[in-house]
Design a protein around this ligand. Structure first.
Ligand code: CAA
Length: 241
């Protein structure tokens, strides 16, 4: 059954693949983005999926955007918290700005967006909250104390909110990708990517965004109602949580 679905950061990278896969599965999708108008316009031209521009780290902006999306498309039944950034640095060199930017966009956003949709989902007795975590929240990563903390926080958030909403028809799960061939991963210094990352992926390659997207579609399905509080790892065998 088609549902109204939001994908944050849904115009590029993993988010784009999720937006397209949810649409292909019959859902009515709204994709959000923060700043890259050219990419967002190209995405809408290619897919026909409407886009909404706001900062997911801003609580009031999230509430306002959800209200606009609901006015345009109807009550939100599926939320994919995907928006994320990196500001990699070892902790001893990390600035407060690098720390706060990543916590704001990758973790506070999950509270902001989930808080905006959860009341309606509980009232209607159906909801799917799916948050994109990371292998680096499960195992830690050199140069990513900010990102690893945010992504580990997602796992705790997912379990707590799953418990609170299990009796209301709302499931809450995380998907934890490993290294996927997106702009974010291609920004990693080439030598580090080759010697410190690719060398440790048993499948022997980066993942594809579509390989993550299909997990989101699976968890978003009406038939997935007995799966809640889980974290599904998609990492080519790099880390087995
Ligand atoms: N493991 C072990 N050692 C590492 C390492 C790693 N992953 N990365 C770097 N080092 C080592 C270097 O080899 C180097 O050692 P030597 O001095 O002995 O040569 C030392 O640490 C310092 O490295 P740099 O010169 O690169 O130091 P820097 O301060 O300029 O940069 C860094 C450090 C920011 C961490 C940089 O190495 C970096 O960007 N690394 C990549 C971090 C990463 O993997 N990010 C993931 C992004 S993708 C993502 O986040 C998506 C997802 O969910 C999976």
């Amino acid at each position: 059954m088609g549902r109204v679905a939001i994908v944050t950061g849904g115009t590029r990278g993993i988010g784009r693949a999720v937006s397209e896969a949810l649409k292909d599965a019959g859902h009515t999708v709204a994709a959000t983005y923060a700043g890259n108008d050219d990419a967002a316009n190209a995405f809408t031209a290619d897919t026909g999926i409407p886009v909404y521009k706001f900062d997911v780290g801003d609580f009031a902006a999230c509430a306002d955007a959800v209200a606009r999306i609901e006015a345009d498309l109807g009550p939100v039944e599926v939320l994919t918290n995907n928006a994320g950034i990196t500001r990699d640095s070892t902790l001893h060199k990390m600035t407060e700005e690098q720390w706060s930017a990543v916590i704001g966009t990758n973790l506070n956003s999950v509270f902001n967006m989930t808080r905006a949709v959860i009341g309606g989902m509980r009232e209607r007795g159906f909801g799917r909250i799916i948050t994109i975590g990371s292998i680096n929240g499960q195992k830690g990563q050199f140069g990513q104390s900010n990102y690893s903390a945010a992504k580990a926080g997602i796992i705790g958030f997912t379990k707590a909110v799953a418990l609170e909403n299990a009796a209301k028809g709302v499931t809450v799960n995380a998907v934890a990708p490993g290294y996927i061939g997106t702009e974010m991963v291609r920004a990693v210094p080439e030598e580090v990517l080759k010697t410190k990352i690719l060398a440790y992926i048993p499948v022997g390659r980066l993942g594809e965004p579509e390989e993550v997207a299909r997990c989101v579609v699976f968890l978003a399905a009406d038939e997935a109602g007995f799966i809640t509080g889980s974290t599904l790892s998609v990492n080519g065998g790099q880390y087995m949580a």
